[in-house]
Design a protein around this ligand. Structure first.
Ligand SMILES: Nc1ncnc2c1ncn2[C@@H]1O[C@H](COP(=O)(O)OP(=O)(O)OP(=O)(O)O)[C@@H](O)[C@H]1O
Ligand SMILES: [Mg+2]
Length: 264
């Protein structure tokens, strides 16, 4: 019989053990002693002051850079480089300006064995998920910032990556668009069940999306606190306004803001 502990381990997709990172041999550690596991279907949000190493942490998990000490694993294997199973979405979506929306999404498709019809159906499916069905033939210059970000999300999601790594994906958007994008991402996550690591500066965003919220401090970058949260489920059923006024939310929000301010 399998123990609860072993079952937990099986759910682990990403595991960082005692990770430290210095960008060069003679510079100080940007990250120090990071222990972090991401489990299947978790939505983990990371908060912390500017420069504490949030993007550095994401880049290690993406496989763009490697720990100076410690280990970073994807499943049972050491992370050796980028992999479409760990899709990345940045703040400024890098779209090809000469390709239209559907072509940009098709460009992201890694499964080349699909027939043209299968690819087109899949693209239509993901255009619908991100609410861009009517814009499949538009070029990026004809889209708003939020719409461009929707294309980037569809392009990454179309491969159904196990892990979605998002670095302040809604940071450049206005408040209303941002709320719409959050609702869209929450819905997609509930439907597809990918594991998400989501970096943000916005405490409300982290609490309204995540099932776990990590708070980092800098000098060197480290995780100082973590919270299990479930506001995202209420936000999906009711509306986000309702959670913003609940006592648990306000209490956690206040505590996190205090932690971040004192961590600077
Ligand atoms: N390629 C690099 N070479 C050298 N130092 C770097 C490099 N990238 C980041 N750093 C340094 O590492 C530290 C952490 O940077 P990082 O971008 O991970 O922070 P962050 O928490 O994502 O900040 P922000 O919230 O502003 O995006 C900073 O001091 C930064 O100057
Ligand atoms: Mg950053």
């Amino acid at each position: 019989m399998i123990s609860v502990r072993q079952q937990e381990n099986l759910e682990n997709i990403i595991r960082l053990s005692n990770v430290s990172l210095a960008y060069s041999a003679d510079s100080a550690n940007v990250l120090e002693n990071i222990d972090l596991s991401l489990n299947k279907k978790e939505f983990v949000c990371v908060l912390g002051p500017s420069g504490c190493g949030k993007s550095t942490l994401l880049k290690i998990i993406a496989g763009f850079i490697f720990p100076s000490q410690g280990t970073a694993q994807f499943g049972t294997k050491a992370i050796a480089g980028p992999d479409w199973q760990r899709g990345v979405v940045f703040q400024q979506p890098p779209l090809y300006p000469w390709l239209n929306v559907a072509e940009n999404i098709r460009f992201g498709l890694k499964m080349r064995h699909f027939s043209k019809k299968q690819s087109e159906d899949l693209i239509t499916d993901y255009l619908e998920k991100v609410g861009l069905l009517a814009f499949r033939n538009h070029k990026p210059y004809e889209l708003s910032g939020g719409m461009k970000q929707r294309v980037a999300i569809a392009r990454t999601l179309i491969n159904n990556p196990l892990v979605l790594l998002m670095d302040e994906p809604f940071g450049a958007l206005d408040a209303l668009t941002r709320e719409q994008m959050q609702a869209m991402l929450r819905k997609i996550w509930l439907e597809l069940n990918n594991t998400i690591l989501f970096i943000t500066h916005d405490v409300d965003e982290a609490l309204s999306l995540g099932t776990r919220v990590l708070v980092m401090a800098k000098g060197p970058g480290r995780i100082i606190r973590e919270y299990k949260t479930s506001f995202t489920y209420s936000a999906a059923q009711e509306n986000t306004e309702s959670i913003y006024h609940c006592d648990d939310f306000l209490h956690m929000r206040g505590e996190i803001l205090h932690l971040i301010r004192s961590a600077v």
